[in-house]
Design a binder for this molecule. Structure first.
Ligand SMILES: Cc1ncc(COP(=O)(O)O)c(C=O)c1O
Length: 382
């Protein structure tokens, strides 16, 4: 008899990682690849963070830390909420995690039971859906489009049949870069409060905004869970460092989960993370580059036929409706890579229902690479 395998492990792949594998297979044959698939800055961690890590390697033991993170980082995070949003939030509520990905696992386990129902926007970041599924939590997709700026609204929530236990939002969003305006955010928070729906706000793209700063759900609710990370604005993806702000009532459960699941977040990264907060000038220059990339692509991509684009106000993504070009976005992206060397991600990663007719462009790379990619796409579609 074959050995048993668990159903909970049978979740869909994170397709962008498969695209990355195809891109590196192409690179291994000596062909070039212009990377618009991967959602990570093409730059290293800021210099202050790298210096702090170097010093720590020389002087520190790099042992385990407290499960909730080192006190200087938790204090620095608390100051961040004062500096960025004008909020006084106790450092005790700051929980350092192994990337925001670690925060998803801990937060979902701390507030949802198997069988609970959690809503999220389609299109949205695929790992929310896949982690929830693996935990036996029912995912309720909210189909969103340009008419609501690709974000959920109280109206859309009211149309869902049955009760909800949770809602996950991201503003700016991956894959669209669109944001929830302040008054709409307040309406969403109120909707959730009135119905005891636990709100989880993924604020990983805060700091990478182009027209106006993002508001934090923490400004309107102390019951929500806020998730953030050093991966995007701080350009530290591989350091695997993130954080949460949790309600006091959840602290002990979050601590016990963190102790048992991870022992502690990466120590070297925590020490570097404290220093990263002093690198604002360097990091804001990266944001200026992303804006330059976005403006270029908003001008160039329509010339390649990608003329139905999300209006990215933040993050480093454009989401394109390509229904007039394909109804198989995976095949479309495979052909695009093979015929132009430009790697892009099929929408099916973000929207299981409608993603066969959409693709995502990431513009986190260097400007010259984005310009060359746009030129090739224009030639491809000519
Ligand atoms: C919206 C969103 N949340 C979370 C993550 C995961 O980030 P981390 O590196 O902090 O685990 C990503 C990564 O692309 C993302 O786009």
């Amino acid at each position: 008899m074959p050995l048993k395998t668990a159903k909970r492990g049978a979740i869909p792949p994170f397709i962008v990682m498969d695209v990355m594998a195809a891109a590196s297979a192409r690179e291994a044959t000596g062909k070039d690849v212009l990377h618009m698939e991967v959602g990570q800055p093409g730059t290293p961690a800021p210099s202050g963070a790298r210096e702090a890590a170097r010093a720590a390697l020389d002087n520190d033991r790099i042992g385990y830390t407290l499960a909730l993170g080192i006190p200087p980082l938790r204090e620095r995070l608390s100051r961040h909420y004062k500096d960025m949003y004008g909020l006084d939030v106790a450092s005790q509520r700051m929980v350092v995690t192994t990337g925001s990905s670690g925060a998803f696992v801990v937060s979902f386990l701390s507030v949802f039971d198997s069988g609970d129902r959690v809503a999220l926007a389609d299109p949205g970041y695929p790992a929310y859906r896949n982690i929830l599924k693996s935990l036996g939590i029912e995912v309720v997709g909210i189909p969103v489009g340009p008419e609501t700026n690709f974000q959920p609204t109280p109206g859309a929530l009211a149309n869902i049949e049955g009760d909800l236990d949770g809602l996950i939002i991201a503003s700016p969003s991956n894959p669209t870069g669109t944001m929830i305006a302040r008054d709409e955010m307040i309406a969403l928070v109120d909707y959730c409060k009135e119905r005891s729906i636990r709100l989880i706000s993924d604020e990983i793209y805060h700091g990478i905004t182009y027209e106006k700063p993002a508001c934090s759900v923490l400004e309107f609710s102390d019951d929500a869970i806020i998730i953030n990370s050093f991966s995007k604005y701080f350009s530290m993806t591989g350091w695997r460092l993130g954080w949460m702000v949790v309600p006091e009532s959840l602290l002990r459960s979050v601590e016990c989960l963190s102790q048992n699941l991870f022992i502690s977040p990466p120590t070297l990264s925590q020490l570097a993370g404290v220093a990263a907060f002093d690198c604002g000038e360097e990091l804001d220059a990266l944001v200026a580059n992303y804006k330059r990339n976005r403006d270029l692509l908003l001008e160039m991509l329509p010339k390649a036929g990608f003329d139905k684009l999300s209006q990215a106000e933040g993050a480093f993504y454009l989401y394109a409706d390509v229904a007039h070009m394909t109804n198989d976005s995976q095949e479309f992206c495979r052909r695009c890579l093979a015929e132009t060397g430009v790697a892009i991600t099929p929408g099916i990663d973000f929207d299981p229902e409608r993603g066969n007719r959409t693709v995502r462009f990431s513009f986190a790379g260097p400007y010259e690479e984005m310009a060359e990619a746009a030129k090739r796409l224009i030639d491809w579609k000519r």
